[in-house]
Write a protein that binds this ligand. Structure first.
Ligand code: ZN
Length: 249
């Protein structure tokens, strides 16, 4: 067995096109393609998997990738089931993301981290979960004092932080070092499985630091502004805040 294919989404979120070689083809209905390297994000942490295309220059054929996922350590690319014969092992392909969609997800994901940072800093509330689509998302908090009256001030505070043009950094730390960062505990880094030795973190410098596997923009200016579109009480403690990007494109 060869080593796991290179997974560039984690180190270079802006890579949107790359050459790669097919390593494995599986699946009956929807073919599952393993490449020696990929830029696809397989989904996780509330961020959906990427979509895109695979192009074979040799004969001009192309295949739509409708999703991607982790299978063991590998990222597999799930093709549309009616796309005809899949590529073959050894084929040289160009791998292209649906970049407009991915970039919207990067902006949305970073906006949600800015929201987490503001809610933690100003209200001491922990995040319990979240989810997103391109251009909109929600976060759940343990936030007993949250009420509809706070929506405007939270929105204004998040927009001020985004406008402050804060850099967004990716770091990969040994587990012990990550556990020593007090801020990480609030995002439940201690729930990570024992076997994981390297912890990837996303830092909005001066605002937020989380253990996170997703893809993000490099500076908060790329997010633009957000609006809070909804607030729901899911009980006495648990509160949900919905946001969207003011400029979704
Ligand atoms: Zn995240």
């Amino acid at each position: 067995m060869t080593s796991t294919g290179e997974q560039l989404a984690y180190s270079d979120a802006y890579a949107n096109s790359i050459g790669a070689t097919v390593r494995d083809v599986e699946g009956d209905g929807a073919p599952l393609i393993v490449l020696d390297r990929t830029i696809f994000y397989p989904g996780g942490g509330g961020q959906p998997a990427d979509r895109g295309v695979l192009l074979r220059a040799a004969d001009g054929r192309s295949w739509t990738v409708r999703s991607a996922k982790k299978a063991g350590a590998e990222i597999v690319h799930e093709l549309e089931p009616d796309g005809g014969d899949p590529p073959r092992v050894g084929d040289a392909l160009q791998v292209e993301l649906d970049w407009a969609r991915r970039f919207a997800l990067m902006r949305t994901h970073t906006a949600l981290h800015a929201l987490c940072g503001v809610v933690w800093r100003d209200h001491g509330a922990l995040v319990t979960g979240g989810n997103m689509e391109p251009g909109s998302g929600r976060m759940d908090f343990e936030f007993e004092s949250m009420s509809g009256d706070l929506v405007d001030s939270i929105e204004a505070a998040v927009n001020a932080e985004l406008a402050a043009e804060r850099d967004v950094r990716v770091n990969v730390l040994p587990r012990a070092e990550a556990f020593a960062i007090p801020d990480l505990i609030r995002t439940k880094v201690n729930l990570l499985p024992e076997g994981i030795e390297q912890i990837r973190t996303i830092e909005i410098v001066g605002l937020d630091l989380q253990a996170d596997g997703g893809t993000h923009v490099a500076n908060t200016r790329e997010v633009g502004q957000i609006r809070v579109t909804g607030y729901e009480s899911k009980g006495r403690i648990n509160k949900r805040i919905r946001i969207e990007l003011v400029d979704p494109a």
